[in-house]
Design a protein around this ligand. Structure first.
Ligand code: HEM
Length: 231
């Protein structure tokens, strides 16, 4: 059963002349950290990849050091703990899938690294999902116990409850943290996570077009110049 078709929103970063809004990415990362990361992993993202785009080196180093990682086994085969560093990956909330299911009523919160690409509808779908929980399921709808009604989720019964409420986080840039603002920011952040190369691709595309246009203009001029005596 298909879910309700999500609204198409005018995402700025979908436009081919626009890069990601880095301030929005920074807010979105905060939402991921403070809200989603208690259940969802972001396995493919190392701390270092956020440096420059979303945070400074020092900020990411400090964040990495908040977590402990296993060392390589030493000569006796012992594994010890060491503080995280930039090359480490963002840690997952659970040890493994069994632990994740045990904590979520049997449901598995999927890894979010590629979620924007993995789900039909991408940003529009995830935004609609996060903001689309009605106060009450509509009259006549059946919701299995332990599940929550969300019209955008295929099947409409989703194990994830509504997580975003106005004022849940406090943004350092003063942006009012409404539920829809947080949803927008976290979706843009998740799009960046799935396509961190997008900005470079667009910038390179611009160069290709600009230089291509210049070379084309030059070739037209050269052609006219060379043939001008033949007319
Ligand atoms: C599923 C996003 C927070 C638990 C999902 C899905 C997305 C998502 C995109 C996949 C839906 C699908 O399969 O089409 C987010 C975001 C969050 C967030 C962006 C933060 C803003 C949480 C939290 C929890 C949670 C805090 C746990 C308390 C789950 C579970 C599922 C799920 C259990 C599986 C649902 C099912 O298959 O029925 N989430 N989530 N999520 N999420 Fe979250």
């Amino acid at each position: 059963e298909e879910g309700l078709h999500p609204t198409q929103y005018p995402w700025e970063h979908y436009r081919w002349v626009k890069t990601f809004d880095h301030q929005a990415l920074r807010r979105g990362f905060q939402v991921y950290r403070e809200v989603c990361s208690s259940c969802h992993s972001l396995k493919r993202i190392p701390y270092r990849s956020l440096v420059g785009t979303i945070a400074t080196v020092d900020e990411m180093k400090a964040l990495a050091e908040e977590n402990e990682y296993d060392t390589e086994p030493n000569d006796e085969g012992e594994i010890e703990k060491r503080p995280g560093k930039l090359s480490d990956y963002i840690p997952s909330p659970y040890k493994n899938d069994e632990a994740a299911r045990a904590a979520n009523n049997g449901a598995l919160p999927p890894d979010l690294s590629l979620m924007v690409k993995a789900r039909h509808g991408g940003c529009n779908y995830i935004f609609s999902l996060l903001t689309g929980y009605p106060e009450e399921p509509p009259a006549g709808a059946t919701v299995q116990s332990g599940l929550n009604f969300n019209p955008y989720f295929p099947g409409t019964g989703i194990a994830m409850a509504r997580v975003l409420y106005d004022g849940l986080v406090e943004y350092e840039d003063g942006t009012p943290a409404t539920a829809s603002q947080m949803a927008k920011d976290v979706v843009e952040f998740l799009n960046w996570a799935a396509e961190p190369e997008m900005d470079n691709r667009k910038k390179m595309g611009m160069k290709v077009l600009t230089i291509g246009a210049l070379l084309f203009a030059l070739s037209v001029w050269v052609k006219r110049y060379k043939w001008s005596t033949v007319k």
